[in-house]
Each structure stands twice: as structure tokens, then as C-alpha cells.
Design a protein around this ligand. Structure first.
Ligand code: ZN
Length: 284
């Protein structure tokens, strides 16, 4: 299944993207795609409901805004430096263990919402990433059954303000948490729809020019390991998002570095997970 949420900010309605490309409103199912939904086998129940109801569910009007495909999670956990060549372009060593950091959940936004360049930013940068959504509470999970805790996959742009992140002291969180720095979606894709999660093309363009082009096969630490690893340090709740890191081609790694300015258009995609577009505007 491909889960979607459409409508104005804060008033999104849950829906499904069907095999025949119709986008239907599933509010008759009676639940939003939030922690309670995932925690009560919501994906399975929705699948069951959809077999008899999806065909007759009302279609969304065309052109309606995509919200995030899941409601705001309890946390957004990110993995840093999970592509060997991105670590090299950042001038950093491959870590002995995964680097973990948070993004504020207030950064979470729809896939095609504007990117807001923060006040006093000169180094706003892009990062196309494969992210996944937790389907079942995960605490001290073994790698061998980690995938039981997975709801599905989403496309994420882990926007980063490099001066805030690197030059302003302390943790990366300052450069990762600005409003609009976590556009997610358009879809939450359930694992049964993806033949091989470790072999998906991924790309990002800036004003039409390709700057990132890679494949999820280049991930250093894979998803089952990451679920198990993160769950040794915190409990992952249903609906939480974990973003797996970015391949090379970010603005920081260019010579000279290249950063986003107002009016720039960033597009990205991962095979099977859809595409998203953000237009940059200055914070008011
Ligand atoms: Zn990242």
C-alpha cells in the first residue's frame, strides 16, 4: 500500500494511492496515520478495510496539497555519515558506530511545501535520504527480528544549515531543526511494495541540475541493523521516523561550496518512493 495524507496544513485527511493511480480519501476508515494507528496493527487493518472499501472511496480533488504521509511523530532520528563517500566529502572519518542525531519534530512538513531559509542562514544545504517509519514499539530489538518493527519507507530531504550545524558549537541539532527542514513523502510505502530496499536509485536536482545520484546499495549500515542499534539507546515508538543518511553531492562538499538561495528549486526522488519538490523562500 501507499499511504498518503492530503489537505491544508494541520487539516490533512488520510488516504491511499491505489494501483490504478487514483488517490482516495479513506477518512471513512476512521483513523489518522498516527502513533495509535501504527500501535494497533493499523496497516494490517487498513489493508483489510481497503480490500472492500478502497474502490468506492471518494477521490481527492486534483491539485490538493500533500501533507506528510504520517502524523507528526514523537521523534525524527537521523543517521549521520552512513555513505562512505559522503563522509569523505565532508572531511570526516567513517564512524566506528553509527552517528545518531535528532531533528526537531517541528521541522516536519509536507513533501512539496516551501523550504524556508532560516534567518541569518548562509549555508542551507540539501540531503536526499531514504527514511523508514516504525510500525511497532522497538526497545532492545535484535537485528534478526528488527523488520517486524517496520511500517514502511518514505522519501526525506534532511535539510541542514551547515554554519548552525558545524561552526556554531555543540550538537548538529541546531543545523537540522529549522522549520521546513524535514519534508517527508509523498507516500509511506509498505515493505511488500518494494522488491529490494537495498537497491533503489536515489537522486536530487538543484534548479534542474543533478547534484546527488546514488543507490541505497551504498548504505554502510542497513535498516535491520539500524533499528536494532537505535533501540539500544531509546525506545522507538510507532510512527517514529528514522532517516538513514545521505550520499555524496551535498553543497558542503562542492568546491567552492554551493548553498541554497531564495527562489531555488530542489527536486528529489527514490525509486518506488515518489518524488518531492521544494522551492526556497527566505524566512520572514
Ligand atoms: Zn542527513
Amino acid at each position: 500500500m501507499k499511504l498518503i495524507r492530503k489537505g491544508n496544513l494541520g487539516a490533512e485527511t488520510p488516504g491511499l494511492l491505489l494501483q490504478d493511480s487514483r488517490e482516495v480519501d479513506v477518512s471513512a476508515f476512521g483513523e489518522d496515520f498516527d502513533e495509535a494507528f501504527f500501535d494497533s496493527s493499523g496497516i494490517d487493518r487498513l489493508q483489510e478495510w481497503a480490500t472492500t472499501h478502497a474502490d468506492t472511496a471518494p477521490e481527492f480533488p486534483s491539485g490538493m496539497r500533500y501533507g506528510t504521509p504520517v502524523a507528526r511523530p514523537s521523534k525524527i532520528v537521523c543517521i549521520g555519515l552512513n555513505y562512505k563517500d559522503h563522509a569523505e566529502e565532508s572531511g570526516l572519518e567513517i564512524p566506528r558506530e553509527p552517528v545518531i542525531f535528532f531533528k526537531a519534530t517541528s521541522a516536519f512538513c509536507g513533501p512539496n511545501d516551501n523550504l524556508i531559509i532560516p534567518r541569518k542562514s548562509e549555508k542551507t544545504d540539501w540531503e536526499v535520504e531514504l527514511a523508514f517509519v516504525i510500525g511497532k514499539r522497538a526497545s532492545y530489538v535484535e537485528e534478526s527480528n528488527a523488520l517486524d518493527h517496520l511500517a514502511g519507507y518514505v522519501l526525506h530531504n534532511d535539510y541542514s544549515e551547515r554554519e548552525f550545524q558545524i561552526d556554531r558549537c555543540g550538537q548538529w541539532v541546531k543545523g537540522k531543526s529549522c522549520d521546513s527542514f524535514a519534508p517527508v513523502g509523498p507516500w509511506l510505502v509498505t515493505p511488500d511494495e518494494i522488491e529490494d530496499i537495498d537497491n533503489l536509485g536515489m537522486w536530487l536536482t538543484l534548479n534542474g541540475k543533478t547534484v546527488q545520484k546514488s543507490n541505497t546499495s551504498n548504505l554502510v549500515y542497513k535498516i535491520p541493523f539500524l533499528i536494532s542499534y537505535v533501540s539500544q539507546f531509546m525506545t522507538l515508538l510507532p510512527g517514529d521516523i528514522v532517516s538513514t543518511g545521505t550520499p555524496p553531492g551535498v553543497g558542503l562538499g562542492m568546491d567552492p561550496p554551493l548553498y541554497i538561495k531564495s527562489g531555488d528549486v530542489v527536486k528529489l526522488g527514490i525509486d518506488g518512493l515518489g518524488e518531492s519538490t521544494q522551492t526556497a523562500v527566505n524566512a520572514s
